[in-house]
Ligand binder design. Structure first.
Ligand code: B4P
Length: 184
């Protein structure tokens, strides 16, 4: 059973790799981005609030995201393992996650950091063309990543949990390396 956290800038392949690995390993894929996009599409209270931040490339406020993750981690299907994709995204969220995992009596095994140069990230996101994949929003999302999310690399390295992977290779090559790394 695996319990993994995927870290990486927008476009690094977190969602892509997490979906593949979760399917292959039959564990739950918990993507905060996807959960938020569903809330936006369903026009729930959370979705209406989240949309404002997502459209600008900003992080959705911590408490909203944390409540959503707490609800998800209390569901039964996560008992066989999970990948947290896109959460935590700042140090406050990482600290909250530590408390939440105590609450559900679970621990994370590893934190996978996907590393990709900026110019490749921008090309990939522009090619995908999601609503928040326009040049101005992408630039802001990358800034937010550097300012708020990248410090988590040191946070998890200091805890001995960090495993870095070169995410600039073709999708199937990254998946193959990822599988070797989580088994090692
Ligand atoms: P996310 O949904 O997490 O979006 P993302 O960071 O852009 O990455 P994603 O995982 O979707 O894409 P991937 O790199 O796999 O977040 C969206 C927004 O939600 C955030 O901006 C924020 O507002 C909000 N949010 C989410 N979580 C939050 C949190 N915890 N706290 C606060 N706010 C939060 O793929 C990108 C593209 O690259 C794809 O088209 C893919 O096919 C391609 N690609 C991937 N790997 C490739 C490879 N190896 N080679 C070539 N192309 C590749």
């Amino acid at each position: 059973m695996a319990r993994l956290i995927f870290l990486g800038p927008p476009g690094s392949g977190k969602g892509t790799q997490a979906a593949q690995l979760a399917q292959d390993e039959q564990i739950s894929h918990i993507s905060t981005g996807e959960l938020l996009r569903k809330a936006v599409a369903d026009k729930t209270d959370l979705g209406v609030k989240a949309k404002y931040y997502m459209d600008k490339g900003e992080l959705v406020p911590d408490q909203l995201v944390l409540d959503m993750v707490r609800e998800r981690l209390h569901k039964l299907d996560v008992q066989s393992g999970w990948i947290l994709d896109g959460f935590p995204r700042n140090v406050a969220q990482a600290e909250s996650l530590e408390n939440l995992l105590k609450e559900v009596a679970q621990v994370s095994d590893s934190v996978i950091s996907l590393e990709v140069p900026d110019d490749l990230l921008v090309d990939r996101l522009l090619a995908r063309g999601r609503k928040d994949d326009n040049e101005e929003t992408i630039r802001r999302r990358l800034e937010v990543y550097r300012e708020q999310t990248a410090p988590l690399i040191d946070f998890y390295r200091a805890r001995g949990q960090l495993k870095s992977i070169d995410g600039a290779q073709p999708i199937s090559s990254v998946t193959a390396v990822l599988k070797q790394v989580i088994c090692s």
